[in-house]
Ligand binder design. Structure first.
Ligand code: ADQ
Length: 473
């Protein structure tokens, strides 16, 4: 039975559904499971929960429907103007680059801002219409900054949590935004504001204090000991809640044919060391820098093209935004150049695929890779790093990881590098090679420590600790 009021509501820009059109033109909307869905499904199921979001297709949306897990999916339709101003514009060409420390210059466009406000209002309206009296609402990410504030005004009975999946920048950077007060006020509607890292939470407290809010306490992880006192007696908790993956499921290869992983390796060349990259094709991920580091090591002779192969899987992303198109063409130019210089016909040194792959295939890639390269300039967490580590319960393999990925706080046994410094990426990659060749025991020990960290800190811990802290507020 689908009830129209819910005690627990998740609201995210994206609803976890995909539209499938069969050859005869028949259209079906099917739930699409991802990490966030897996983490939240138990809570949603227990509370007859509801998920509000945009179904991913412009000007089209199914009626609300109930999944097999008993979760109501409540779609919100966006037209092309809303999609451009709210999603591509303000969310992804203003806030995204600003929050990633200006890797590209953010654009401040008043029209986008107006649309962003209007769309946030619509999201808040939808939530208000489905939330039962006294319900808990969990707002996700930078696309919905204003939702907590609007909801608080409409529905003071609700308990509201907000979690930011991407980094939160220093107060100095944030103060650039023409609408800085409104954005902060929007978040203040929440009872609890969660960040990936303590550094992001501290940046936010510093910003709030500069904007005249009364802040007190020290930031901590998975619990709340820092607060902002608002006039009227309400207080907002601020804390760090590092997100993770469904680690046990990722690590469990009992139903996955490991021969598949071996076959992939064999196709690339059994004797070759395989370096893997897996990313959304985003300029923050440092894909080009990783390729250049690889190229320079081939050029200097430090790596032999007969003995090594790089695989880069890149999911298409935000393709209508200029900086994304440019990032893609630079990556593809580098792949072509490196293969032109160091590959042979039928035997490239870089294997590049600009598509998404299914989860089982992805896990085979992770498992067969000798070295995983995760080199973002800035990343809230980076789940790919954790997925790779979870897939190496045999303690094989090495991880090269950017210091600027949130995951570096936990995966301290990785070969850390600074992606702004190509020499540093090269050094980390060479160290990983040396580890593989000369110090297998030390390498296995590093992987074991990281594997245990990821297995004991999974996405369930993330959602439970956030919701427990929110419940205590
Ligand atoms: P993203 O920037 O999307 O997430 P990430 O955390 O790495 O980055 O998650 C990407 C997900 O997409 C992973 O689960 C990965 O397996 C999958 N993926 C990537 N390429 C793929 C491919 N070619 N085929 C199939 N799957 C692929 C944002 C923030 C991160 C934060 C997460 C969660 O930017 O910092 O970790 O949210 O909070």
């Amino acid at each position: 039975m689908m009830s129209d009021k819910h005690d627990f509501v998740v609201v995210a820009n994206r609803l976890p559904v995909d539209l499938q059109t069969s050859p005869d033109g028949k259209r079906t909307w099917t739930p699409s499971p991802g990490g966030l869905v897996t983490a939240l499904t138990p809570v949603l199921r227990k509370n007859q929960g509801c998920w509000v979001g945009w179904p991913g297709v412009i000007d089209d949306a199914p009626e609300p429907f109930c999944t097999e897990d008993g979760v109501t999916l409540h779609p919100l339709k966006l037209n092309i103007t809303e999609y451009q101003g709210f999603y591509e514009g303000f969310s992804n060409a203003t806030l995204w680059p600003l929050y990633h420390d200006l890797i590209v210059t953010p654009q401040y466009d008043r029209e986008w801002w107006h649309t962003y406000r209007e769309v946030n209002l619509r999201f808040a309206d939808e939530v208000a219409s489905v939330a039962a009296h006294g319900a808990t609402v969990w707002v996700q990410d930078y696309q919905l900054h204003l939702v907590p504030g609007i909801l608080r005004q409409k529905r003071p009975d609700l308990t509201i949590g907000f979690f930011l999946h991407i980094p939160f920048p220093s107060a100095d950077l944030f103060q650039q935004v023409p609408w800085r007060e409104e954005l902060v006020r929007g978040l203040m509607g929440a009872d609890l504001i969660g960040f990936q890292l303590e550094s992001g939470a501290r940046n936010f407290l510093e910003l709030a204090s500069r904007q005249g809010y009364d802040t007190h306490g020290e930031v901590s992880t998975r619990e709340v000991s820092a607060f902002i006192n608002l006039s009227g007696g309400r207080r907002v908790g601020v804390g760090s809640f590092p997100i993770s993956i469904d680690s046990a499921e990722m690590a469990d290869f009992t139903t996955v044919d490991l021969g598949g992983a071996e076959r992939i390796h064999a196709e690339l060349g059994k004797e070759r060391t395989v370096i893997l990259g897996v990313d959304r094709l985003d300029y923050t991920k440092g894909i080009l820098q990783r390729l250049i580091a690889f190229e320079e090591l081939l050029e200097s002779g430090a790596l032999d093209p007969q003995e090594v192969a790089m695989v880069q899987l890149a999911t298409p992303s935000r393709e209508r935004i200029d900086h994304y198109r440019l990032a893609r063409s630079r990556v593809e130019e580098a792949v072509g150049r490196i293969n032109g210089r160091f590959g042979q016909i039928g035997r490239p040194v870089v294997h590049y695929q600009h598509t998404s792959v299914n989860k089982t295939t992805l896990r085979r890639y992770y498992r067969m890779a000798d070295i995983m390269m995760v080199t973002p300039f800035k990343d809230g967490m980076n789940l790919v790093a954790k997925e790779f580590v979870a897939c190496h319960g045999d303690f094989s393999g090495a991880l090269v990881l950017s210091e600027f990925a949130g995951a570096a706080d936990e995966l301290t046994q990785a070969y850390l590098c600074n992606p702004f410094d190509i020499e540093s990426v090269k050094t980390a990659l060479r160290s990983a090679f040396r580890g593989l060749r000369d110090q297998p025991d030390a390498l296995a020990q590093r992987m074991q420590i990281m594997h245990e960290q990821v297995l004991s800190h999974d996405v369930d811990l993330w959602s439970t600790s956030f919701l427990t802290a929110l419940g205590k507020k």
